[in-house]
Write a protein that binds this ligand. Sequence first.
Ligand code: ZN
Length: 240
Amino acid sequence: MTICLTFDTDHMSEVNLSKWLSSVEIEGCATFYCGQKFDILEGTKHLQAPHPDFAGKTNFIELIDEYQKMFPSCKTWRSHSLLFSQSICVELFRRGYTSVSISEQFGAQGIAPNRLPWGPVDMSIYYMDNSDFCNFNNMHNDDHVPFNRKIIDRIFENGSVFDKKKVYVFDFHPIHIALNTRSYGTYAAERDAYKSDGAVSQDSASRYGVKNFYNELIASMKENSVESISIEQAVEEFYS
Ligand SMILES: [Zn+2]
């Protein structure tokens, strides 16, 4: 089994990300999908990859180009809000990208990389924090429980650890780990203070949120001796 820890750095500044990195444990090598280049990530073992935001942009090729210049050696790609299309896929492949991580299969079993007909491999997301705690328009089934421990436990069950063909991509937002986000409401109320001066609410430590869930995942990875590898490495190993 392979686990890829990925982080989308939305709303993070260089200063906040730097503090964040020294406050969390990352088991193995992670992939950071970044809307900007972070100096603090240079020289770490982690991979920095494009995370362009297409909102308000009319020329998608220009934006893809801008991010390729920012991260010239990177071969994986994930846009903000997972915005994607067949034309974007063709353009990415033409530019040498070998993978995207652009679809979600929340909590699904047996997820494997999927080579898209237009070239790149889609490293589908098994768990995304805001897909779990947001419940806009009652989008979740009635039985959905946020931060369900089973999401973690089931990937380690029945000898899955030894199954090379299972790849689990986790997508966390550093801002949600920093705030220990519990719901969209707590996030919306606390985001701006964190962005302006790194402030975290007093309630953060007393509630169960993204940070607790992330730490439980890290503990299970350690227990099972599984370290995260980068998305690029996971693609290479899966097809080797
Ligand atoms: Zn994003």
